[in-house]
Design a binder for this molecule. Sequence first.
Ligand code: HPA
Length: 272
Amino acid sequence: MIEKTKESVKYIRKVIGDFSPQIAIILGSGLGDLAEEFENKIKIKTSDIPNYPLSTVEGHAGNLVFGKINNADILGFQGRIHFYESGKIENVVYPVIVAYELGVKILIVTNASGGLNKNFKPGDLMIIADHINFMFLNPLQIFSPNVKRFNKPAYDEELRKLAFEAGIELKLPIREGIYCGVRGPNYETPAEVQMLKKIGADAVGMSTVPEVIVANYLGMKVLGISCITNYAAGISSTKLSHEEVTETAQKVKNEFSLLIKEIIVKIKQGKI
Ligand code: HPA
């Protein structure tokens, strides 16, 4: 696995030279356009990178985009790989390992999720305070047999605070809550949604948890932001669909971009 990522990184290095991103952003459903705003972009198709796993989900173009936001060097992943696509956890966390090998220190993970908290509505942006791994698998198996145990907050407290403040300053519908990661690919049943509320989750989605576990394992600081794209199944009377998810993500993408850019400004100002 690590040998494979090294080959990928060798190819990427040839394309980007000594560009050295400190921050990487995994862009979730419908949020990939943010990378189009990078200055001095270099875009690499994941299909051109040796060994790189490919995403097959609609709305998840597979590109690595290198460029600048406010003079910070950034790597954006347009499109992510979900566990349900291949059933291979190593594919899901592949981008995180590539980012790590390129020298990334801060990982910003974004996603779309269904709202469980009754105070949340579609279009809200939720800073992830913590997560529940309800995927019944753990990506650290790829490092076995010598997996070091660790315990630290999965989402960096300073980054969380900084992101929340950025959202308030920009007058965005900013929230904070617990993200529950499930395998999918179907949406939850209303009964499952009631269970997830009871175990303390505020939002549910099919990604992020594996990437965040590996990023922490590799010593990166992590910030997670979830776009609440819909009420989770059974919470409202409208029938939930992938179209609703991408439609809401499209609607909030400008606000989302503003938030990310402001966060990067603050990181750059040395507030981290
Ligand atoms: N459930 C799971 N994943 C999701 C949802 C949802 O309601 N919305 C967007 N991703």
